[in-house]
Design a protein around this ligand. Structure first.
Ligand code: C5P
Length: 224
């Protein structure tokens, strides 16, 4: 039984990888399984929140009682987040959003040529969804923002810096880079007072602890 610490609150969660098309049958993605984001969505719902989950491609079932919107690319995730975000009390950005997309995707399946010529892919940067939402935090109707960071080294230093750079009150760092697809995780919470380590546990246990930490913090944050 989970205490209903988010009763009456609306929470928006992004999860999973994004998929950036190269042509209609190929693309670039990453190893995010979506497990942590789905655990956060589930824990938020258990805590009494109304939950919208915007998800990149995953093999996971939708958590009970959660409204799920499927997307593929970072741009689609950006568009759906921007459509849904106003009126949300909390935004938890767990998705492993691709930093770059293919600037010149082919509308037809690219053909292998006999002479060994390879495709000339160009890249362009995707919008930063979390930073965009965070910029609006002071406006009426915009949420308290929580970000995630998967760093492979110097997490303590990078985590604190990333929180500031993104302009968010709370950043969750994953320890190590072996977390993708795993059921267990160790996380560090960075806020304006420093950092707190949550000991290694399964992702649902950590997600419940995170929801509890968020609920304590939004009591102080001026919600509409
Ligand atoms: O800058 P970096 O990708 O390490 O930041 C990670 C955090 O930013 C995560 O919360 C991720 O969901 C979010 N993010 C985003 N849009 C991007 C890139 C990252 O929302 N284009």
């Amino acid at each position: 039984f989970q205490p209903k610490v988010l009763a009456g609150k609306r929470i928006l969660v992004t999860a999973g990888p994004t998929f950036e098309a190269i042509d209609p049958v190929r693309g670039i993605t990453n190893l995010s399984s979506g497990k942590m984001g789905y655990a956060v969505a589930r824990a938020a719902r258990e805590a009494g929140a109304e939950v919208v989950l915007i998800s990149g491609p995953t093999a996971l079932p939708t958590p009970f009682g959660v409204q799920r919107i499927n997307v593929q690319s970072a741009q689609q995730m950006y568009d759906e987040v921007m459509r849904a975000v106003h009126g949300q009390h909390v935004f938890v950005s767990v998705a492993a959003v691709a930093d770059w997309r293919v600037a010149n995707p082919s509308t037809q399946k690219m053909k292998k040529t006999g002479d060994g010529t390879v495709p000339d892919l160009k890249f362009e940067q995707n919008p930063d969804i979390l930073a965009t939402v965070a910029q609006r935090t002071s406006l009426a109707g915009y949420p308290y923002c929580v970000g995630f960071a998967a760093e492979s080294e110097n997490l303590l230093e990078y985590g604190a810096a990333k929180r500031e750079k993104k302009g968010i009150p709370l950043l969750v760092g994953n320890i190590g880079h072996h977390t993708f697809g795993q059921d267990d995780n160790t996380i560090i919470l960075f806020d304006e007072n420093g950092h707190t380590i949550l000991p290694r546990a399964d992702k649902l246990t950590l997600a419940r602890a995170l929801i509890s930490e968020i609920s304590k913090r939004i009591d102080k944050h001026s919600l509409f």
